[in-house]
Ligand binder design. Sequence first.
Ligand code: 5GP
Ligand code: ZN
Length: 114
Amino acid sequence: MDQCVFCKIADRELPSKIVFENDRVLAFEDLNPQAPTHILIVPKKHIPTLNDATPEDETLLGEVILCAATIAKDRRISTSGYRLVANTMGGAGQSVFHIHFHLLGGRSLAWPPG
Ligand code: 5GP
Ligand code: ZN
């Protein structure tokens, strides 16, 4: 996807602070962090929203989520607590239309979210 910010990050056309990468998944620091830990975990495959995911993406999305859990352990926030968020569509605050999970932690997180 030519115009997609996260595809450009994956292709190194845009800089980012990469935390983890393999052939299928990329994790990098959010540009505008909302918590001491704020990492975005994305499939390298361009899927605009969770609404567009299909059964063939099941394993890939599972890997993305397990990657987030591993990063949470590495960052030592797995016991204190963290939140994994996938804003989906504009009403939920999605601004980049390439599936991504926000990993947020390192501070107390209110519930319900705004
Ligand atoms: P959304 O609003 O779609 O749920 O989340 C998009 C996130 O991407 C935001 O938290 C925003 O700060 C982050 N973001 C947008 N553009 C860039 C960028 O170029 N680099 C990085 N590292 N994060 C970005
Ligand atoms: Zn993309």
